[in-house]
Design a protein around this ligand. Structure first.
Ligand SMILES: [Fe+2]
Ligand SMILES: [Fe+2]
Length: 138
């Protein structure tokens, strides 16, 4: 089966640590989708989903250390909070709802991530790197 989310250089924010975390989440989303396609036992899928969501949460905390210096930090932080709340619901439903749709959820998460990186992460890091608040490291 083909990947549900494909990396391209448009997603680079210019900070190696953040780019690596984004790439890792891409991999984990593809792993989740592949597990669904491969007919993996439904009991295992919530753990694979939780692994993806844990990486999202860890990533937000890490990313916000840099974004704190951005004048519109609050807007970005709120987007992360809203997503985290949604993620918590998905996680809960995936464990209790027998009809929980893992494939659809992995697609929703992938779409959110792509849109968020392109519309917010890239812009915010660009602003900060332009002001040389943070150094570009690869
Ligand atoms: Fe991010
Ligand atoms: Fe972000």
């Amino acid at each position: 089966m083909s990947d549900i989310i494909e990396w391209k250089d448009d997603y680079l924010v210019g900070l190696g640590e953040t780019d690596s975390q984004h790439k890792r989440i891409f991999q984990l989303l593809n792993r989740l989708a592949a597990a669904v396609d491969a007919g993996k036992n439904r009991r295992d899928l919530p753990y694979i989903l939780s692994d993806v969501l844990n990486h999202f949460r860890y990533h937000f905390t890490s990313e916000e250390v840099y974004l704190k210096d951005h004048p519109d930090y609050d807007v970005h932080h709120q987007l992360h909070c809203d997503f985290t709340e949604k993620a918590r619901k998905y996680e809960e439903q995936s464990k209790t709802d027998e009809k929980f749709n893992f494939k659809e959820t992995s697609n929703l998460l992938a779409d959110w991530l792509k849109d968020h990186i392109l519309r917010y992460d890239v812009k915010y890091f660009q602003d900060l790197l332009e002001k040389t608040v943070i150094e570009s490291i690869d």
